[in-house]
Ligand binder design. Structure first.
Ligand code: SAH
Length: 248
């Protein structure tokens, strides 16, 4: 079981697979006022940076589930490196329908809300693992500016304009689900650069190391196209944030 190969090539050197810097992840951890021993579930945990650093900095205990064998392995190595392998567990598997054995204080899905079939479905799925009074964390894109055409939305890697909302509408959507938005930390254009531009050097190095790979045409085309596409579209139109929610 694996995710499409292009991601494990372009994001193989990423610790954080979303438009957050380590500083923004720190800001989020501090904003949540986590108590030591809090159990945290993370669906689509990637290379485990959130759980590992929160375990180190706040003494949380965590379980992460991710479909990528590479990212899961990187997460386990990161836990060893930070000395928190006794407190965080990374499961390789499909997180669709995943419910924790024991209720958690924080249930998260950052940048992978297709796992629950969208934001609403993911909030519902996470709620099944959450203790009363627990915090749901959703990491999700929103439009900084509404794309003028469907073509522009597609250039932002969205399926269509309707895939995402403007920020006030996203917050209103949480409200309509009867959740309080109790915190949020937003990406900015510089932190988006750390996510997107970091892929370019990884692609260039990969091309040099894998001149005979079947994938080389695809990676070559992506490296040629991506800087201009990103600067024209994603960087201008797409925001991203992590929203902390509590059911009313
Ligand atoms: N939350 C992490 C990773 C976000 S990228 C971070 O912020 O760094 C999206 C992640 O979802 C990838 O790691 C990918 O492997 C994972 N993923 C995609 N589909 C999945 C599924 N069905 N079940 C579990 N993980 C999935």
């Amino acid at each position: 079981m694996d995710i499409p190969r292009i991601f494990t090539i372009t994001e193989s050197a990423h610790r954080i697979h979303n438009p957050f810097t380590p500083e923004k992840l720190d800001t989020l951890g501090a904003a949540l006022r986590l108590e030591p021993g809090t159990r945290v579930l993370d669906l689509g945990s990637g290379s485990g940076e959130m759980l590992c650093t929160f375990a180190r900095d706040y003494g949380i205990a965590g379980v992460g589930v991710d479909m990528s064998p590479l990212f899961t392995e990187q997460a386990r190595r990161r836990a060893e490196e930070l000395g928190v392998a006794n407190r965080v567990t990374f499961v390789h598997g499909d997180a669709v329908g995943y419910v924790a054995d024991k209720k958690v204080g924080v249930a998260a899905c950052l940048g992978a809300t297709w796992i629950g079939g969208g934001v609403g479905g993911t909030i519902e799925l996470l709620a099944k693992s959450l203790d009363t009074g627990g915090i749901t964390l959703i990491g999700e894109p929103y439009w900084r500016q509404l794309p003028p055409t469907e073509d522009v939305a597609r250039e932002c890697d969205a399926g269509s304009i309707s895939d995402f909302l403007m920020l006030p509408d996203l917050l209103a959507f949480f409200d309509d689900l009867d959740y309080d938005v109790v915190e949020m930390v937003l990406a900015d254009q510089d932190s988006w650069d750390r996510y997107e531009a970091a892929k370019w050097l990884t692609m260039r190095r990969w091309l040099e190391a894998n001149p005979d790979d079947d994938f080389k045409e695809e990676v070559r085309a992506a490296l040629t196209r991506e800087p201009k596409r990103y600067a024209t579209y994603t960087r201008e139109f797409l925001g991203w944030g992590v929203f902390a929610l509590m059911a009313r």
